[in-house]
Design a protein around this ligand. Structure first.
Ligand code: F0G
Length: 458
């Protein structure tokens, strides 16, 4: 018999979590204005709000925490990080930042101006926020297959070259500071981008004189999918694939809280020295001196080690297999999910799960609340609340998909936890016909409203 596969680590420390009663949860969610972000974490049993900064560090990363060099300038821990970014990811210039959106802020302050267009594949909400805040526009050029949850395209994060060329053709190059490729593409379901697509985007962008940048939050998971799915990459190591992927870009912004395997941190990595100098000035104003960027020395060391670990095949296999295991369970129960299962999360199609909840009453948020009430599990809405209002008309923007994301923290929960989550969803699915109404907004912020929105039952 072939030996089954098992995690390439054992667990050295545990953290208690407590299951509450349905009565308690009913009270707590009402007190939280039906916004899952407002819940205290100890009122949550399994927290799938995000895979960002919620993972477990390894013994080697904790060792880095102990030997971190806290010097304001020229810290040894920074040099460790810079060396890894240079050798593993292929960029000579590294600016640490306190998290991903801070790296976006620094880069976009230099490159993005009013009236500009930033094409890409389903920009993440903070990325779009940073673009729109500068009165520029994010243009989504993701392939159409990404919006059909049953389409089995292996690289649903890909950019549609025709859509991209339309943007390039119809606008002067001065209006387009760069094309941004998000790997993996979070907003379309944690879906990967193929090397072939990255290469083609680079070639097309070169023709029009437009640089390519990456949003590299989940770059290692993207590389894993390339190895598993793309012709010609089966025998390459993850580190070889990562090097090739990044060779097609001028730089990246990275939320290191995902594939950096740390609880806080970000990176802006660049190829060009002049741009590094310009960004460095804003890095210093917004984040901190060039060699720490808002992080402690120990954070920089743990991040350097995290990048080495996340680009190991065995780690990635265990990580992505766990997400897939949950996804396959849900599929077996007939629950509509984005397929193929993405790298960091399972995305449930709330329009199909709760067809009786009107679109204007936020079906994905409604499903998120049901899941919390059923089992103390916290997911996150990737739908109309997240999409914000149109900045011009102030009307709700209804995205093509209305999803509930169950993001799986790295090295944190066990396969039994996945079984528990799957059964909770099955129970709700079996009584879905009884759920006929959703929620209404009581109060909302002008931008990024989903974090603080207050709701009531419709
Ligand atoms: N880009 C992508 C693709 C992201 O998923 C995120 C964060 C960011 C940028 C911003 O990074 O949080 O470190 O400032 N995503 C988290 C999530 C919050 O839950 O998906 P950050």
């Amino acid at each position: 018999m072939e030996l089954p596969w098992a995690e390439p680590y054992k667990i050295k420390m545990t953290e208690e979590i407590r299951l509450s009663s349905r009565e308690e949860r009913n009270k707590w969610i009402e007190e939280a204005d039906y916004n899952l972000f407002n819940l205290d974490s100890d009122k949550v049993f399994i927290d799938l709000l995000t895979d960002s900064g919620t993972g477990a560090m390894s013994d080697k990363q904790w060792a880095e925490m102990m030997i971190g060099d806290e010097s304001y300038a020229g810290s040894r821990s920074f040099r460790k990080l810079k060396t890894v970014v240079e050798n593993v990811l292929g960029f000579p210039y590294t600016l640490p930042t306190h998290q991903g959106r801070a790296a976006e802020n620094v880069l976009f302050t230099v490159l993005v101006k009013e009236g500009m267009l930033v094409p890409g594949n389903s920009h993440f909400d903070t990325t779009k926020g940073h673009i729109e805040f500068r009165k520029a526009q994010a243009i989504d050029c993701t392939i159409d297959e990404a919006f059909d949850i049953n389409d089995m395209h292996p690289f649903k994060g890909n950019i549609d070259l025709n859509k991209l060329e339309q943007v390039y053709k119809n606008h002067p190059k001065e209006q387009i500071p760069f094309c941004l490729i998000t790997i993996t593409c979070n907003s379309s379901g944690g879906q990967p981008v193929s090397i072939a697509n990255i290469k083609a985007v680079k070639e097309l962008s070169d023709q029009y004189g437009i640089p390519v940048y990456f949003d590299a939050a989940r770059f290692a998971e993207n590389a894993y999918f390339i190895k598993e799915r793309e012709e010609g990459y089966k025998d390459k190591s993850i580190k070889e694939i990562v090097k090739e992927m990044f060779s097609y870009g001028e730089g990246f912004t990275m939320s290191a809280k995902k594939d950096g395997l740390v609880n806080i941190g970000g990176i802006l990595a660049l190829r060009n020295e002049d741009l590094y100098r310009s960004c460095g000035n804003f890095g210093i104003i917004y984040e901190g001196y060039l060699t720490y960027g808002g992080l402690a020395g120990r954070d920089l060391g743990a991040l350097a080690q995290g990048l080495l670990e996340s680009t190991e095949y065995d780690y990635l296999k265990s990580r992505i297999n766990q997400v897939e295991y949950l996804g396959e369970k849900l599929i077996a129960f007939g629950i509509p999910v984005q397929k193929p299962i993405g790298g960091h999360a399972v995305f449930i199609d709330a329009l199909n799960f709760l067809p009786k909840v009107p679109r204007a009453e936020y079906p994905a948020q409604s499903l998120g609340i049901e899941l919390y009430l059923e089992a103390g599990i916290r997911g996150v809405e990737i739908g109309t609340l997240l999409a914000d209002r149109d900045p011009e008309t102030r009307l709700d923007r209804f995205p093509k998909l209305e999803l509930l994301r169950l993001a799986i923290p790295r090295r944190t929960y066990t396969f039994k936890h996945m079984d528990y989550i799957a059964v909770a969803l099955k129970n709700i699915y079996e009584r879905r016909d009884e759920i006929t109404s959703g929620y209404q907004i009581v109060w909302e912020a002008d931008i990024l409203r989903h974090f603080t929105v207050k709701l009531r039952r419709a």
